[in-house]
Write a protein that binds this ligand. Structure first.
Ligand SMILES: [Zn+2]
Length: 168
């Protein structure tokens, strides 16, 4: 009985710690981020076996299992492969702030690359977006070494080989 009284008397408090942190991006991804920040260049790495170009660069080819060391620049233009327009509010996981909506996530194959990247489009009207459209990276002027900041967004520059008008 006495213990029950003590248990119900326990207090709790909420504490949100301020815990900023950094993580090491690794040599390959650091090189990719530095090229973006310092030179507005998008680089990948070429496999010595299958000649596939990976963007962003990674150490080992997923098919050949060999180390890749030939860094190569790819285009800042590419083809939109898929997209989705988000219209509901959510938290930006990179900032912790509410995301500005609508937001168009884009799956893009850059010219000269054999892998795809994820970024965003400035166009948010899904009726005006289609897989196959040509897009170009628009770089931020105050680049800091952050992929989603240093490439501000991708802009549609042409209809390309449009296959379908639906994508969301
Ligand atoms: Zn390979």
């Amino acid at each position: 009985m006495e213990q029950e009284k003590k248990a119900s008397a326990l207090l709790s408090l909420t504490y949100v710690p301020d815990m900023p942190y950094d993580y090491h991006a690794g040599f390959y991804y650091s090189k990719f981020l530095k090229e973006l920040r310092d030179n507005k260049r998008i680089i990948g790495v070429k496999c010595p076996g299958c000649r596939r170009v990976y963007v962003p660069p990674r150490i080992v080819c997923r098919d050949c299992f060999v180390t890749m060391e030939e860094f190569t620049e790819v285009g800042d233009e590419g083809t939109l492969l898929a997209f989705t327009v988000t219209n509901f509010p959510y938290t930006d996981t990179t900032t912790g702030e509410p995301k500005r909506i609508p937001y168009t996530a884009a799956y893009i194959r850059l010219d000269g690359a054999d892998s795809n990247i994820v970024h965003c489009l400035d166009e948010t009207d899904e009726k005006r977006i289609a897989a196959g459209m040509r897009v170009r990276a628009v770089f931020s002027e105050d680049r800091t070494g952050d992929y989603f900041h240093d490439i501000d967004h991708f802009a549609i520059i042409g209809s390309g080989d449009v296959k379908s008008a639906s994508g969301s």
